[in-house]
Design a protein around this ligand. Structure first.
Ligand code: NAI
Length: 331
């Protein structure tokens, strides 16, 4: 088999480093494009055996049709979530593979990092100390010990996050469409209906995929049901949270804080340096001005371990499809 060629979209330097390491001598060659995949850029995929994309590339019916016409055989997602791909439409046209888990620890640890930064005002203290302002006024936090964490989605990341929370002496209320048997007997963890979770959690962390069912799972109604002062953590997908409702909840003091690694309109903003531009998105701009909102730019996955796993699994997925026609990570 001659070398397989893969068009790699939305490339960042850290992708190149790990993918070059794992593709070396594997028979897979990546051509790295900085642009995202969409209807305008799909023509770049001409002549390639496969296409490799990330979370903010657009793989809709039109893009899939064009790739099929060009003879692209495989769409390799270098991420777990696939809400940006019309998977149903791709059936029979291209093989779609993904990296189901690269490091649940990376994401769960980032969720806790954001929470701790937020409740202990580390983001404020860091800036003050840089200016030799050692005043403690306004930096009062609260203990996580004894508080209730509501966790929506108890899959790989959710479970790691549960263990982290238990390590802090928290109680966990969990909600999942498909509850995990082994969690039912765990001390200080209880499955609950969504409303019960909203009513009783001091902090709520989202670890479910974005689907039609989970779209805006945190909306105005949910926010109104929550305890006053609730903190919302979203390291999953932006559109799990209605950002307008979140902003209003913060303005009304119903929400005590938000830790956002993802944002529903992130695709044109996140991962890029927009510091020289006027931000068009008023909701995001207003959220960022809030002292109790922390925003990171879809960074939760970004650890050395996760990047290595992503590259290794993606290269193996591509080889599996071309060598055997099958792959355990097919969608
Ligand atoms: P997973 O598939 O192991 O777990 C997802 C869980 O959500 C499952 O237990 C599933 O039963 C549950 N679920 C499905 N539909 C649901 C519904 N309607 N209501 C409640 N729960 C539901 O996935 P994993 O690896 O834990 O990842 C979770 C999410 O984290 C991914 O879907 C992805 O969107 C996000 N993610 C974010 C990253 C980041 O860098 N910020 C990196 C990796 C994943």
């Amino acid at each position: 088999m001659s070398d397989l060629t893969i068009a790699f979209f939305d490339t960042k330097q850290y992708d190149k480093t790990s993918f070059e390491k794992y593709s070396k001598d594997s028979g897979v060659t990546f051509k790295f494009f900085e642009t995202k995949l969409n209807e305008d850029t799909v023509r770049l995929a001409k002549g390639f055996d496969g296409v490799c994309v990330f979370v903010n590339d657009t793989v809709n019916a039109a893009v899939i049709d064009k790739m099929e016409k060009m003879g692209v055989k495989v769409l390799a997602l270098r991420c777990a979530g696939f809400n940006n791909v019309d998977v149903k439409y791709a059936q029979g046209k291209l093989q779609v593979v993904r990296v189901p888990a690269y490091s649940p620890y990376a994401v769960a640890e980032h969720a806790m990092a954001m929470l701790l930064a937020s409740v202990r005002r580390i983001h404020k203290a860091y800036i003050r100390s840089k200016d030799f302002n050692f005043s403690l006024n306004g930096l009062t936090g609260f203990d996580l010990h004894g508080k209730t964490m509501g966790i929506i989605g108890t899959g790989r990341i959710g479970r790691v996050f549960i263990d982290i929370c238990l390590g802090f002496g928290m109680n966990v209320l969990a909600y999942d469409k498909y509850p995990a048997k082994e969690l039912e007997n765990k001390d200080n963890v209880k499955y609950a209906e969504l409303d019960e979770l909203f009513e009783n959690s001091d902090i709520i962390s989202l670890h479910c995929p974005l689907t039609e069912e989970t779209h805006y799972i945190i909306d105005k109604k949910a926010i109104d049901t929550c305890k006053k002062g609730v903190i919302i953590i979203n390291t999953s997908r932006g559109a799990l949270v209605d950002s307008e409702a979140l902003l209003n909840g913060i303005k009304e003091r119903q929400i005590g804080g938000a830790c956002l690694d993802v944002y529903e309109e992130e695709s044109d903003l996140f991962f890029e340096d927009n510091s020289g531009h006027i931000l068009e998105d008023d909701t995001l701009a207003r959220l960022i001005t809030m002292p109790n909102v922390l925003v990171t730019s879809h960074q939760a996955f970004l650890t050395e371990e996760a990047l290595e796993n992503i590259a290794e699994t993606t290269v193996q997925n591509i080889l599996d499809i071309f060598k055997t026609g099958e792959c355990k990570n097919s969608i």
